[in-house]
Write a protein that binds this ligand. Sequence first.
Ligand code: SAM
Length: 243
Amino acid sequence: MTEALGGLEGKAFDFESDYGREYDRFIRQIIPGYDSFFEICLAMFSGVIGEHGKVLVAGCGTGAELDCFARNKPGWKMTGVDLSGQMVDIARKKLEASAREIGFEPEIEWIVGDVARLNHQGEFDAIACNLVLHFIPGLAGKLEFLKALRSLLRPGGILILMDACWEKKQEFHTWMRAWWGFASARGLSARKWSSFREDFERGLHPLPKAEQEKMVGLAGFEEVFPFWSSLHHLAVVARNPFA
Ligand SMILES: C[S@@+](CC[C@H](N)C(=O)[O-])C[C@H]1O[C@@H](n2cnc3c(N)ncnc32)[C@H](O)[C@@H]1O
C-alpha cells in the first residue's frame, strides 16, 4: 500500500501526490473538530450575507468548505480556487456527487491557480482561507498574501482564516503527545505521524497565535476576532473596512 506522506523522500505537503488523494481522511485524523469548524464558518458568513452573496474559498483543497456551504445555501455564488489541479478535481467530483444527492446544482466557479493573483477585486462578500497561510514563509510574504485577499473583498466583507499556529515552547512539546494520541485514536499510523512531523518541520511556517491575529490587523482588516481554536490551530474572523 502506498504511504501518502512521503517524509523526506518527497516535497512536503505535495497536494499533487498521494498526499492530496488521501487528504480527506488524513485531515480528519489531524484536526479535532475539522467538520464542525465549517458549520461555524457557515453560521458566521450567513450572519453577514444572508441567503444571497458571493463567497470565495481560497485554497479550496478537496472542497470541504464548498460542500458545507452548497448544502446549506443554494443562493450563494461560490468561487473555489486552488493551486493544485488534483485538489480541484477531487473537490469538483465531491460537489457533483452532493448536487445529485441534494437535487440542486450549486453555482460554483472553479479556478486552478494562485488566489493572490486573482483578478476579482472587490467582488466577494466573504472569503474562507483555511490551512493556506501557514505554507507561506516569512512575515512579508504572509502580509502580502493577506493584503491580496483583502483586495478581493467588498468594503465590509469578511475573512475567515484558519491555520496551524504555534510557538515551540515547552507547552508545544508537551501537548504534541496529546495531538499524536488523537491522531492515532483516529487510525493514523506511527509512520504517517512521523512523516507528518518531518513535513511540518520543513514545509509549514506557522505563527504564534497572537502574531497571527496581529498580522490580520496589519493587512488592514478590522474587528479581528479569534473565534475557534483546536490544539495547534486557530481561526480568526475579520472585516474589510467599510471605507
Ligand atoms: C491544507 S489544504 C486546505 C484545503 C481546505 N481549505 C481545507 O480546509 O481542508 C491547502 C490548500 O491550499 C492550496 N494553496 C496553497 N497556496 C495557495 C495559493 N496561493 N492559491 C491557491 N491555493 C493555494 C493548496 O494547493 C492546498 O490544496
